[in-house]
Write a protein that binds this ligand. Structure first.
Ligand code: ADP
Ligand code: MG
Length: 410
């Protein structure tokens, strides 16, 4: 009989209770049912496999797309006393990890998706009891998702090789097409899907045409206290932006994959520790970063998709306090995106076109931004949220005032 999860939730994780759909997900997992959990960033997906990994006999194998992410998770899990290890090419303790696994001493074993096709790894997994396969960032398995990783396609044969080990797929960002595809690709039944609400009511969404982006963002920062992220379109752009914004007197840092790893790590650590720093970053920044008090996320140009936009803006206000998401876009962003689209293989162009149209609808709507976002993810949403630019300041009403002024002054 597995142990009761609730006391462990308190004693091991120190949480007063489950949050949102966590309880339903964990219940399914403990019952051995294959599950897809669709939960927004910050909703607490990790707990959905970490808790079962402690409750159930055997090891939970966690598939994760980024080594840096795995090591963050490993630190967090080890810190609360979970017996965890990563098995990646950069780990020097691979032999020890394998031995611990064989002795049944691991609750969690983090691996990259490419391991899945490694026959020695598959053989290793037969040598000790398995509790669960957890597939994190599961949208990577779908070409419809915004971050397709071919290696994720190697997972299915491995999962099918262990038909009695339950599967839990987790993702923050999946529209309906992507969700259905994840279910098919990973062999999870339709009724195994649990979708959490996507609304982040404390985030105020604002979208404006670009004019002078650096000045616009400097203005935004001047009126928005607290730590914030500015997503820039290029590596060089992050450094230029950081330099320009530093003139306002706020501490700033740049962050992109081309920086020296030590500088990058220090900039990230500085940001996490700061209460008013502005980090100017490429989209390489953010995954796995646990900073609940980010007060604003600005985009100095169009994100890649609505999914990316939701994920990136979702890093604001995880503590539940008011936060701002401000996107600046220009027609040239769409031109560039169309150009990129023409360069991808024809089979994927239709998907790219749909993604671009969805973004177009979001930035150009005179109506509620939140409604467009939430309905994109299949959530119900009223026509008016009261906390986006268009609801607070309806474009039509502005025009009417202008008209009224002209009429009055005539
Ligand atoms: P996700 O992977 O969905 O983005 P994480 O698993 O990284 O989210 O969790 C986000 C934050 O929420 C973490 O700081 C975690 O400790 C916290 N958290 C998770 N579950 C709970 C809970 N039941 N109660 C309180 N905090 C929680
Ligand atoms: Mg996560």
């Amino acid at each position: 009989m597995p142990r009761d999860p609730l006391p462990l939730l308190h004693s091991t994780f120190g949480f007063p209770g489950f949050r949102g759909v966590q309880e339903s997900v964990v219940t399914r997992v403990l019952a051995g049912d294959n599950t897809l959990a669709v939960m927004p960033t910050g909703a607490g997906k990790s707990l959905c496999y970490q808790l079962p990994s402690v409750v159930l006999e055997g090891t939970c194998v966690v598939v994760s797309p980024l080594i840096a992410l795995m090591h963050d998770q490993l630190r967090a899990a080890t810190a609360v006393g979970i017996r965890a290890a990563t098995l990646t090419s950069v780990d020097t303790d691979q032999m020890e990890t394998i031995a611990r696994f064989r002795r049944g001493e691991l609750d969690l074993l983090y691996v990259a998706p490419e391991r899945a096709s490694n026959m020695a790894f598959r053989e290793l997994l037969t040598q000790a009891p398995l509790a669960l396969f957890a597939i994190d960032e599961a949208h990577c398995v779908s070409e419809w998702g915004h971050d397709f990783r071919p290696d994720y396609r190697l997972l299915r044969p491995l999962l099918d090789h262990f038909p009695h080990v339950p599967r839990l797929a987790l993702t923050a960002t999946a529209d309906k097409v992507t969700r259905d595809d994840i279910l098919d690709q990973l062999g999870i039944p339709r009724e195994g899907m649990i979708v959490a609400g996507f609304d982040r009511p404390n985030i105020r969404y604002t979208i404006s045409p670009k004019d002078n982006t650096t000045r616009q963002i400097a203005d935004l920062i001047a009126e928005t206290p607290g730590a914030g992220i500015v997503y820039c379109q290029s590596r060089a752009g992050t450094e230029k932006m950081a330099e320009a914004l530093a003139r306002s007197g706020r501490p700033t840092r740049a962050y992109h994959a081309g920086l020296d790893p030590q500088v990058r790590a220090r900039n990230q650590a500085d940001f996490v520790a700061s209460e008013d720093m502005v980090i100017c970053a490429t989209v390489a920044f953010g995954m796995g970063i646990d900073k609940p008090d980010v007060r604003f996320v600005a985009h100095a140009g169009m994100p890649k998709s609505i999914e990316s936009y939701y994920q990136e803006t979702g890093r604001a206000g995880r503590d539940g306090d008011p936060a701002v998401a401000h996107l600046f876009w220009g027609a040239e962003d769409f031109a560039k995106a169309r150009q990129r689209m023409s360069e991808v293989e024809p089979a994927r162009q239709a998907g790219e076109r749909v993604r671009l149209q969805a973004l177009g609808a979001l930035v150009e709507t005179p109506g509620c931004r939140r409604k467009i976002l939430l309905r994109h993810f299949g959530d119900d949403a009223p026509d008016y949220c009261g906390n986006c630019d268009n609801c607070l300041n309806p474009p039509g009403a502005v025009d009417a005032t202008e008209v009224a002024k002209k009429v009055l002054s005539a």
